[in-house]
Design a protein around this ligand. Structure first.
Ligand code: LMR
Length: 400
């Protein structure tokens, strides 16, 4: 009965790792998926995470009961505080409902399913380009996806005029997906002044913001600074959705821990919204897993551990910045044609190199460099040792 099923293509991002794993070359480098590696090229478990896990293991009172449908209450409260700030009026007025979800993807999906069921507008505008999974998540949830201009290949920066025009002509009430910081894949964010203009425009047209916050702490190295865009929108008293992921900033990739928050007009509305979120979650996966959320809650509620986390997070962000400078210098040293200053200007985990599909294919074939076909490099996968090899590959790709 399944003989008609056709072979599906690999995922454009996760499939890069599949191809990398198959390559026997000793010089291969995986710069595909956005996952942090140490200078030794190893995945990193933060010390503070290990410490939290030890505390959890030693606590014999802990059990493996089901969590409530909405997840671990402490985790939800602390996650909302992390993104909205401890002095957030919306939190003080109990206008926010937060539910624990399966990392960023799960939070986006639950939010999108809720909107498809309970929000009058089913059109969501996503930036062009955006994370490859966004259109799939929203389409499968029943929303209709449109794009707004975001990136300007000519300047390798923000197409702010295009963004304002496209959001300005969006239908009243449309949903708009915004990357809270460290835009994936471009590494290009609006300035705070531009965010303020975006906010004014969106509020004037009742456009509903849906923030994807997957890199809090990775853009500036400061958790508070990286939440400014979200806090600006929350401060004006209007509604918004925010999806948070702890995959990158706490290195909890495989624990699948994240949160969806919906800021409402009143505590009464927030309670009703939460009751409906439970109806979305229960038939999907009943309730979220307990371990990852317990790690996060343990760290967030202890000021010492929280501080330790910020230091380890900053160290990850700083290593990525150092990789940017090393790659930029290596290209300059080779006299590689082109202006590569965007490598040091872009922020977060990725460099959107401007290399085209053919050049990427060439680098994979000839140099065993694995990256997404849109020319995105995960700087977090780079090491001082592999910089010269990557620079050689880029140089050859643009001069071939
Ligand atoms: C990425 O963009 O590489 C990450 O967000 C990982 C993923 O799930 O795609």
């Amino acid at each position: 009965v399944f003989a008609h099923v056709v072979q599906a293509p690999e995922d454009p991002i996760l499939g890069v790792t599949v191809a990398y794993n198959k390559d026997p070359s000793p010089v291969k480098v995986n710069l595909g998926v956005g996952a942090y590696r140490t200078e030794e090229g190893k995945p990193l478990v933060l010390n503070v995470v290990r410490r939290a896990e030890q505390l959890l293991v030693n606590d014999r009172s802990r059990v493996k009961e089901y969590l409530p449908i909405t997840g671990l209450a402490d985790f939800n409260k602390l996650s909302a505080k992390l993104i909205f700030g401890s002095d957030s009026p919306a939190l003080q007025e109990n206008r926010v409902t937060t539910v624990q979800c399966l990392s960023g993807t799960g939070s986006l999906r639950v939010g999108a399913e809720f909107l498809a069921k309970h929000y009058h507008q089913h059109t969501i505008y996503i930036p062009q380009p955006t994370w490859g999974n966004h259109p799939k998540v929203f389409t499968l949830a029943g929303l209709s996806v449109k794009t707004y201009r975001y990136y300007d290949p000519a300047t390798r920066g923000l197409n702010f005029q295009g963004l304002l025009e496209d959001l300005g002509s969006a239908p009243l009430g449309a949903i708009v997906l915004l990357h809270a910081c460290a835009h994936n894949p471009t590494g290009v964010d609006p300035t705070l002044e531009q965010w303020e203009q975006i906010r004014q425009l969106m509020r004037s047209k009742a456009l509903l913001p849906f923030f994807d916050s997957a890199y809090q702490g990775f853009a500036s190295g400061s958790l508070d600074a990286d939440a400014q865009s979200v806090r600006m929108f929350a401060a004006d008293g209007g509604e918004l959705l925010a999806a948070q992921s702890y995959a990158k900033n706490m290195g909890l990739y495989g624990e699948r821990v994240g949160a969806l928050s919906i800021v409402c007009k009143s505590a009464n509305v927030a309670a009703k919204v939460e009751s409906q979120l439970k109806l979305v979650i229960r038939p999907m996966y009943s309730s979220p897993p307990i371990h990852g959320a317990s790690i996060v809650a343990t760290i967030l509620k202890d000021s010492g551990m929280y501080h330790e986390w910020t230091i380890e997070l900053k160290a990850m962000a700083d290593r990525i910045i150092s990789m940017r400078h090393q790659l930029f210098d290596a290209l300059r040293a080779r006299g590689t044609p082109g202006d590569w200053s965007h490598i040091i200007k872009q922020i977060g985990m990725f460099t959107f190199t401007g290399l085209n599909t053919e050049q990427v294919a060439f680098m994979t074939k000839e140099y065993h460099i694995y990256m997404t076909s849109d020319g995105r490099i995960s700087m977090a996968g780079l090491r001082s040792r592999t910089v010269p090899h990557l620079a050689d590959a880029i140089h050859a790709a643009v001069t071939q």
